[in-house]
Design a protein around this ligand. Structure first.
Ligand code: ATP
Ligand code: MG
Length: 261
C-alpha cells in the first residue's frame, strides 16, 4: 500500500526543506521504495535532494500534444502506454529514491484529455512505490489542479506568525471544500524560536488561533542556521548532519504520524 504525504503552504515557509527532510528520514529509516514528486513549476526539490532534472511532465505534455497534432502513430503504442513510457523515462532514478518533476502547468490552450491521461499515468506510477512525497508550489492554485488529491496526509506549513496561521487555516478549509481526499491535514509551524527556557514554544495568541481554527498541530520546527548555510552554499539539505535541529524535529513529526511509525 502506498503512503502519500503532500507538503503545502504559503510561499517561503519551508515546504521544500520539509519535503527533502521527510525523504531523507524515509531513506535512512525505512526499507520501502520512495517517489519524490516536485509539483512546483520552478522545480527546486531536486536541489535540496542533490540531483539533476532533465525532463519534466510539462515537457512531456507539450511533446504529446505536438505528436497528436502531427498525427504520429506513437510507434504503434496506445496513448496511455506511450505516456507511461515517457514518464518512466523522465524519472530521475537514484539508488534510494526516484524523482518526478512536474514542470510548468498546462496552459490555457491545453486540451483536457492530455492532462487526464497524464494524471492517470502518474497515479499508476505512484502505486508502485511504498512512499510518495509531494512538494507543492506556494499558494492554493495547485489544489484545484488536483495535485494534492488522494493523499494520506497533507502537511500545511506555516511560519510562526498570526498571518501565517490564518493563511494555513484558509488552506485547510479550502481543501475540505474542494473535497480533495486528504486523509488527514496537519499543521507544521516552521522557524520557531526558543524561549528563555530553551524550549520550542508558540506564543499563546498563536496557540489560541490554531485551536480556534480547528487546525491539528503535528509539530514545531526550530529556526536552524544550518539550513540557511546549506542553502547559501548550494549544498543539498539531504546532507544535513543527523544532529541538526531540523532533522530531529522532522523525525519527531514523522514518528508521531499514524502509519509512518
Ligand atoms: N527551519 C529553518 N531554519 C532556518 N531557515 C529555514 C528553515 N526552514 C526554511 N528555511 C529557509 O527558508 C527559505 C525557504 O525555504 P523553502 O525553500 O524550503 O520554502 P518553500 O516553502 O519551499 O518556498 P517556496 O514557496 O518558494 O517553494 C530557504 O532559504 C531556507 O533556507
Ligand atoms: Mg519550495
Amino acid at each position: 500500500m502506498t503512503r502519500t504525504i503532500a507538503v503545502a503552504g504559503k510561499g517561503g515557509t519551508g515546504k521544500t526543506t520539509i519535503a527533502a527532510l521527510l525523504i531523507q528520514y524515509l531513506i535512512e529509516n525505512r526499507s520501502g521504495s520512495i517517489l519524490a514528486i516536485d509539483a512546483d513549476p520552478s522545480t527546486n526539490l531536486n536541489l535540496a535532494l542533490g540531483v539533476p532534472v532533465y525532463e519534466t511532465v510539462g515537457d512531456i505534455r507539450e511533446e504529446a500534444i505536438q505528436e497528436a497534432q502531427s498525427g504520429s502513430s506513437l510507434g504503434g503504442m496506445s496513448k496511455p502506454d506511450y505516456l507511461d513510457l515517457r514518464i518512466q523515462q523522465s524519472l530521475v532514478e537514484e539508488r534510494q529514491f526516484d524523482l518526478l518533476a512536474m514542470g510548468r502547468p498546462e496552459g490555457p490552450g491545453c486540451y483536457c484529455a492530455a492532462n487526464n491521461m497524464l494524471r492517470l499515468s502518474i497515479d499508476r506510477l505512484s502505486k508502485s512505490y511504498d512512499y510518495v512525497i509531494i512538494d507543492n508550489e506556494a499558494g492554493l492554485e495547485h489544489l484545484s489542479r488536483r495535485t494534492t488529491r488522494d493523499v494520506d496526509l497533507l502537511l500545511v506549513v506555516s511560519d510562526p506568525t498570526m498571518r501565517g496561521i490564518i493563511a494555513a487555516a484558509r488552506a485547510a478549509k479550502l481543501i475540505h471544500e474542494l473535497k480533495t481526499r486528504a486523509g488527514d491535514i496537519g499543521l507544521v509551524v516552521n522557524r520557531v524560536s526558543r524561549d528563555r527556557a530553551d524550549e520550542l514554544k508558540l506564543p499563546p495568541e498563536l496557540q489560541q488561533a490554531i485551536a480556534e481554527n480547528g487546525l491539528k498541530l503535528v509539530g514545531l520546527i526550530p529556526e536552524d542556521p544550518m539550513v540557511g548555510e546549506y542553502d547559501a552554499r548550494g549544498l543539498p539539505l539531504i546532507e544535513l548532519p543527523r544532529e541538526s535541529q531540523v532533522r530531529q524535529a522532522v523525525e519527531g513529526i514523522i514518528k508521531s504520524l499514524d502509519g509512518f511509525s
